[in-house]
Design a protein around this ligand. Structure first.
Ligand code: ZN
Length: 639
């Protein structure tokens, strides 16, 4: 149990934007464990849960779930539900039209409840199964003290643990509406999804009923019961926002959550209408974590500081209303889409509320955290779900779509996406199709390099500015040395800043090959060129040592070998600063020619990676010849 708690605390912490925990050895791709059994045969269209909680709360006695199911074709196949660690007592079949009420045979093996229907169901039939069950949930449902030692009873089913506290089709692709009924001591307040229908007192207990009229992913069905204070707010579109915080946080929580309606209003402008009946937030005891349960986000009690320290988490979880909840996942392997848009929303929130500079810094640190993590696996079907890859990297991938398309086209596409797939589920292909439709061309290359491949680009660049007759010519050379994986050459736009002593010039270039050269004719000398200074793209950039103009021969030849001596390879950087074509020769000490490379573009810099793993130790002569003069350098191979 102790290990389990560590695991749990880390899970929920990572759901937030805070990534302070080592997670690499704790999670693997098995984590979402969807059950596809009969997913295509029966469709759950509504759930009614009845959860009686009584002290000491760990055990659920006489709970039931009534599921409305429909079938796409005539069938007498059994209904297979997911149910783990709970014991099924009985299952009742009812039919709303035929007025049938029958007790069903069932088998419970492992995590599966197989229910035999008393009748063959015709095509598109709709019927109810009510499953009565008992047990102590081994996950998904928790009884824990909060930071003030008050007991909180709450659920957290992400990603596939709803089955641990009620029977269901525990697959994200099967959305349904839901009613959550909780019978709880009157000392506790209950918060849940959708609208609060009623809270009737029965002796020392209260029967709470909440209902979501919009379809909900199974892992988003939730409740929390605790001693809470409760208040409301209203967004500009009149949607109610409900807040549940611990009484001891009565001063701090309203400060921390005070701008929720404003953030909500801002997101509606960019993402389209908020999709649900209400929004809500409740504190639960999971540290610095957050979980975006549809229309009732749970926020860890550590996030309450009274200083808006974690407002980005509020924005992150709220944004899941559009990305993850309304537009849900049909396949867990596309998990990056949920978190990519949520981390993107942190960028957007920072930009709106704190300005461009703060947003730039936020992107920079988000990117750096990913780089420092050492993670290197694709976002699709990731090795680790709660990872920098699925959060930080994914946020930058979404941001790059924005940079590439421009604000107006990007946000129009996003609004089309949220509207088109409202209440539905999507895969990577759904997202790609919408973006391709608006972008006007295939984005295979974008998704291939960023979603299905690991790694990221490493740009080595240098620049110089030479005077021509009456102008200056700035030259930027970028070599892709993608040592972190991915394609040899990424295709992507990059923002460029050219600095003169008096002003800056801005441009956008596209890199698409290993070596890339760009030229700008300018009126003033360019003293510095910066690549992507606003951190709009996921990349590492390294300035290669600038050419030392003093070492140039008068006719403009330059050779630099690094490292030197070397073992298996070296980099030879050459500059031909004349209008003549030039040749590079590599010979051994006896004069035997090993390499002969011609450069047909004058006034240019090149880098050659010389592979010497099959070459013996010794001294080799590098010669550069532009027809006017020659220079020689010694390269020393040491094995
Ligand atoms: Zn998230």
């Amino acid at each position: 149990m102790k290990n389990k708690m560590v695991y749990f605390i880390i899970i929920v912490s990572f759901i937030s934007v805070l990534f302070a925990y080592p997670i690499r050895n704790l999670y693997d791709s098995e984590m979402p464990r969807p059950t596809a059994a009969h997913l295509g045969l029966y469709d759950a269209i509504d759930y009614i849960l009845y959860i009686p909680i009584e002290p000491p709360y760990e055990y659920l006695d006489s709970a039931y779930t009534k599921i409305t199911l429909t079938n796409f074709a005539e069938t007498d196949s059994p209904v297979v539900l997911d149910l783990e660690s709970m014991e099924c007592d009985s299952v009742i079949y009812t039919h709303p039209v035929l007025d049938i009420y029958e007790v069903c045979d069932f088998e419970q093996t492992g995590d599966t409840l197989t229910i035999h229907l008393p009748f063959t169901s015709p095509e598109n039939d709709t019927f109810y199964l009510t499953v009565y069950y008992n047990g102590e949930p081994d996950w998904g449902y928790f009884v824990q003290p909060n930071r003030y030692s008050d007991t909180v009873i709450y659920s957290l089913s992400w990603p596939s643990n709803a089955r641990c506290w009620f029977p269901c089709i525990d697959h994200p692709a099967d959305k349904a509406t839901a009613t959550i009924q909780v019978f709880a001591p009157s000392t506790l307040m209950v918060a849940s999804n959708g609208v609060r229908i009623s809270a009737d007192t029965l002796g020392d207990y209260v029967f709470h009923i909440w209902r979501t009229y919009n379809p909900i992913c199974i892992y988003n069905i939730c409740f929390t019961a605790a001693r809470y204070i409760y208040w409301t707010d209203t967004a500009t579109d009149s949607t109610p926002i409900m807040y549940f915080a611990y009484p001891n946080d009565s001063v701090m929580a309203p400060i921390d959550w005070g701008r929720t309606a404003e953030i909500y209003d801002s997101f509606e402008v960019y993402y389209g209408d908020y999709p649900f009946e209400k929004y809500g937030m409740a504190t639960t005891p999971f540290g610095l974590g957050g979980m975006e349960h549809q229309s009732m986000t749970f926020l860890g009690d550590g996030l309450i500081t009274g200083a808006r320290t974690y407002e980005a988490v509020v924005a992150h979880e709220l944004s899941h209303s559009w990305f993850g909840n309304s537009v849900g996942l049909g396949d867990w392997r596309d998990f990056w889409m949920n978190e990519g848009f949520a981390v993107f929303s942190e960028f957007l929130y920072t930009e709106i509320f704190s300005g461009e500079d703060a947003a730039k810094n936020y992107r920079h640190s988000t990117m750096n955290s990913y780089f420092s993590s050492g993670e290197n696996f694709p976002m699709f079907d990731p090795d680790v779900y709660l990872s920098y890859t699925c959060y930080n990297r994914a946020g930058m991938i979404v941001y790059m779509l924005r940079f590439m398309m421009g604000d107006s086209l990007f946000f129009a596409t996003v609004r089309d996406y949220t509207e088109h797939f409202e209440y539905k589920t999507v895969t990577n292909d759904s997202l790609k199709a919408i973006f391709e439709e608006h972008y006007g061309e295939s984005l295979d290359w974008f998704f291939d390099q960023w979603v299905f491949q690991a790694g990221y680009p490493r740009f080595e660049y240098y620049y110089r500015c030479i005077s021509t007759d009456s102008l200056y010519r700035a030259h930027l050379h970028i070599t892709q040395n993608n040592i972190y994986g991915g394609p040899d050459a990424y295709i992507m736009p990059l923002e460029i800043k050219l600095e003169t002593s008096d002003y800056n010039l801005w441009d956008t270039i596209w890199v698409n090959s290993v070596d890339n050269d760009y030229y700008w004719d300018t009126e003033d000398s360019v003293s510095r060129i910066r690549i992507d200074p606003n951190y709009l793209s996921l990349r590492k950039t390294v300035v290669v040592s600038a050419i030392d103009e003093n070492k140039l021969k008068p006719d403009g030849l330059y050779v630099e070998i690094s490292p030197n001596p070397f073992n298996s390879h070296c980099r030879i950087k050459i500059l031909n600063n004349s209008n003549n074509l030039c040749n590079l020769y590599i010979r051994d000490i006896s004069g035997r020619m090993l390499e002969n490379i011609s450069f047909d573009d004058a006034i240019n810099i090149h880098i050659i990676n010389w592979e010497t793993s099959k070459i013996e130790s010794g001294i080799y002569i590098i010669e550069l010849d532009n027809g006017i003069s020659k220079i020689y350098r010694k390269a020393i191979v040491l094995k």
